[in-house]
Ligand binder design. Structure first.
Ligand code: ADP
Length: 491
């Protein structure tokens, strides 16, 4: 790290605080195959048509994947059904646990490779994929492996049984972690799986498929198919699927809910969010500012439970906004593989366009835009950390999910007003409350219509802790003993 070139006020306020030498993670030892077929019965099977996945940080093609049509989805479902009847259902929980532990350990062994591929395919900073996504993915397999032989004790007084074949559809924001959230409890509960990764981030699931092959799971227990919305719809509508687990947009969640209405299929949905970070005047302000930054800028705002609204008590608003301005000026935006990068690439051009559109809406609605003056790379999809002041609850930027590094700042005077404003969205996924007073913190947290409320922190995850939504953010929980329930019939 070289010394600051200048310490004049502009530099302090708008960046260049420290010039770091580039510290890119080397991708030399990582193997991404040029092509991946459908992963069925522990084998990659050729497809008829292929689509490409690119690195959003430099727009280079990384690999191509077979697009699964209804026929390929059917082959995957048939394989999962056969594996369920022949291997997985008759197997004891203790035996199933051994396989799940094996997957967990292999994720740990290949952690570096998985983190690099996650960053290359999705655009998130390497420090996020290395320190958050991959360790948490392994932790979920470890945690649910522990449940596989203890299901009879999970819900006292009842006899849980597996459901059969589950179809799982995941988004692009946490590709490997979402796969772990879905596959680990499904397998522990005794089900077999057909999973579709998002079309823009399929690669870590292909590495997970190789791990499953190497872990020697019985063929057909876990199958992966790739493709776009039509492939997802083919899974949802397949008659031999017993349960659908979906994470993605509220719009697609509603389509899925309509498609399976009246069928025997069970459903869990984890959808959008418009999380609020509520900061009271007795909060530790510097920590709270770090929490805001963690809640919305790290990960490019690509988190369903992102703290994309800041509700700050009026008497400290000026101080918090000044500190926030300073802090976003110091965020390093750029090469996601660089270990110093705080904010990586936006996942796709479409997503970048959506963010730009919403920011234009915010300006047209009369809110005041503040953005970091960082220099963005010329190639790839990048967006500077931004926040809006002068936002009112009716503004679209206060209501709609932006899914980018864009924060809307609103103020409040009383705890009641903070609660009313925080709850004033169709969503209810994540919220944060910052206060020195435990009683206030718990009172406000209890009144928030959100599945997760963090106290004096934000975006902390643990496999033992359930995650899920209220209202239009979905239903069902992932994580913890609650996360087993959607994969079991409990009588
Ligand atoms: P996002 O806006 O986060 O990309 P989407 O809901 O569009 O969320 O996508 C989440 C996942 O759902 C992806 O794997 C996508 O391919 C899949 N998907 C999109 N449309 C449908 C659909 N009609 N039925 C089932 N899955 C779908």
């Amino acid at each position: 790290m070289s010394k600051p070139e200048s310490s004049n006020v502009r530099d302090l306020l708008f960046g260049n605080l420290w010039d770091y030498s580039p510290a890119p993670e080397s991708a030399d030892h990582v193997t991404i195959k040029p092509r991946y077929g459908h992963f069925i019965n522990n084998k990659f099977v050729d497809g008829e048509n292929y689509f490409q996945t690119i690195n959003p940080a430099n727009e280079q093609v990384l690999s191509e994947l077979a697009t699964a049509d209804a026929k390929a989805v059917d082959a995957a479902v048939q394989a999962a059904r056969k594996a369920y009847d022949k291997y997985w259902r008759p197997m004891s929980g203790a035996e199933r646990a051994k396989y799940i532990y094996r997957i967990a350990r292999m994720i740990q062994e290949k952690a570096r490779e998985l983190a690099i591929v996650e960053t290359m395919d999705g655009g998130k900073p390497i420090k996020e994929s290395r320190d958050v996504d991959v360790p948490l993915a392994a932790a979920h397999f470890f945690y649910y492996a522990g449940w596989a032989d203890k299901l009879d004790y999970a819900f006292p007084g009842s006899k849980p049984t597996s459901l059969g074949v589950v179809g799982q559809i995941i988004p692009w924001n946490f590709p490997l972690l979402m796969a772990a959230w879905k596959i680990a409890p499904a397998l522990a509960a005794g089900n077999t799986v057909v999973l579709k990764p998002a079309e823009s981030t399929p690669l870590t699931c292909m590495l997970l498929a190789e791990i499953i092959q190497e872990a020697d799971l019985p063929p057909g227990v876990v199958n992966f198919v790739n493709g776009f919305g039509q492939t997802g719809a083919a899974i949802v509508n397949h008659p031999d699927i017993d349960k659908i687990a979906f994470t993605g947009s509220t719009d697609v969640g509603k389509i899925i809910q309509r498609s399976i209405a009246g069928s025997r299929k069970k459903l869990t949905l984890e959808l959008g969010g418009k999380g609020a970070n509520i900061i009271f005047d007795d909060a530790p302000i510097d920590q709270a500012v770090e929490g805001i930054v963690n809640g919305i800028y790290f990960n490019q705002g690509h988190v369903c439970c992102a703290g994309s609204r800041l509700l700050v008590q009026e008497n400290i608003a000026e101080t918090v906004i000044a500190k926030l301005k300073h802090r976003i000026a110091t965020l390093r935006v750029g090469d996601p593989l660089d270990k110093n990068t705080d904010v990586g690439a936006i996942n796709s051009r479409e997503q970048l366009n959506r963010i730009r559109e919403m920011v234009a809406v915010g300006e047209a609605e009369g809110a005041t835009k503040h953005e970091s003056r960082c220099v963005l790379p010329e190639k790839g999809f990048f967006f500077a950390p931004t926040f809006f002041t002068g936002v009112t609850p009716s503004h679209r930027i206060a209501q709609e999910e932006i899914f980018g590094p864009v924060l809307s700042v609103l103020t409040f005077r009383t705890p009641e007003e903070a609660i009313a404003k925080a709850n004033n969205t169709p969503y209810g996924l994540g919220c944060g409350v910052w206060s020195d007073k435990g009683s206030k913190l718990f009172k406000v947290a209890g009144a928030l219509q959100a599945g997760i409320v963090w106290g004096n922190t934000y975006n902390k995850f643990d496999p033992t802790s359930p995650f899920g939504g209220y209202k239009e953010s979905g239903f069902g929980r992932e994580g913890g003993v609650h996360g087993l329930l959607p994969y079991l019939e409990v009588r």
